[in-house]
Design a protein. Sequence first.
Lengths: 209, 252
Amino acid sequence: MGAAQQGHTDWVKIHPLMVRITHWINALAILVMVASGWRIYNASPIFPFRFPNELTLGGWLAGALQWHFAAMWLLALNGLAYLAYGILSGHFRRKLLPISLREVIRDVLEALRGRLSHEDLSMYNAAQRAAYLAIILCGIALVFSGLAIWKPVQLQEIAALMGGYEGARVVHFIAMSLLVFIVLVHVAMVILVPRSLPTMITGRARRIS
Amino acid sequence: MKKRSMATSLADQSPKLVRSIERRLFLRQGLSLGALALLSGCDLTDDEGVQKVLTGISRWNDGVQGWLFSSTKLAPEFPESAITKPFPFNAFYGEDEITLVDGNSYKLEIEGLVREKRPWTLPELYALPQTSQVTRHICVEGWSAIGKWSGVRFSVFLERIGADTTAKYVGFTCADDYYTSVDMATALHPQTLLTFRYADEILPPKYGFPMKLRIPTKLGFKNPKHIVAMFVTNEYPGGYWEDQGYNWFSGS
């Protein structure tokens, strides 16, 4: 092979194993939580619409509740493992920080014009940093509002922060909507930059230097 | 995404392009798989193995909720101005099928691990010390409504009948063929009331005449109406909705 002539091609490790494992467990947990959550929402909508039943999980309210309160353990334990790793290993500090509003706006505008560079997969641009931080914050908001809805008496202090039981339902819904929006953008970006997908599985990407 | 220059010849790009197409196909198949899993959600839940796991986790969640439950933690109480009007009717049947119980011949039967098993008439129950609460009723469907209920503390009643409060469960059977059961810790909670009045009036049939067990620390379907018999037991009694897959503890 004429690798020498073509320029040196090598594989660089970008995503640590822990990030890849928690990412895919989280993807599964989110899928189950959202699909079953939509079915639960349909039993008593807080806004004047319902989700199509074909997109939901559980078949009926009791089934959806079983899925939701099973997958919540997966979501919470996996989320805790991810947060602990991200903080203790310095992963968050290295990959998600620093973040500035000006850069986020610039990169989002660039992305909309289709000009954002994904040349180096090991570095997150400001739009990515904002999106991944927002996902983490949405997840935290979903867990806390979910706890408030599940236990509005035993955990009433959490519910009180959101204006009580009914307020917690609204917070839960808004956080879900934001999360689903970010996930849709995330998946759209993966379709536009397909080489980022195997990288999230193998952890490696080709670097041409 | 970085735009590729149109001038780049296809020949240069082809190996990359093939890889790119392969990845796209892989991605699309992955997405279809996810969509398929979602679409067949009902069947997935009906699968025996899956259902076994889900039921097992629901039982585990009963345990977690029992552990989270505090005998001294009170459900928030509200001023009477916060009461939801009209308070919604809810049952496993329609409002035109409400069970009518004759108060004159009514007797509450007591069974199981209790000292005094004699039945109670309504005048005897009304003579017990009465207390009121304005609390939020939360339905498993998600909606909630605030109401005012009055009656006797269930712990006082359990004491009067000499119930074995070390037993695990209290079960209820109702005139409308409904049945449910609660854990002893919740039965003894200070806000668990055997109620005979709603909004200071004798319970109308649609709210469960002659009595409803009001438990503000549990979801609505754990608050049985039209109770005709109760029993104290160590055998898991289940319930109308619980036996169909709803979580048994269903604490708030």
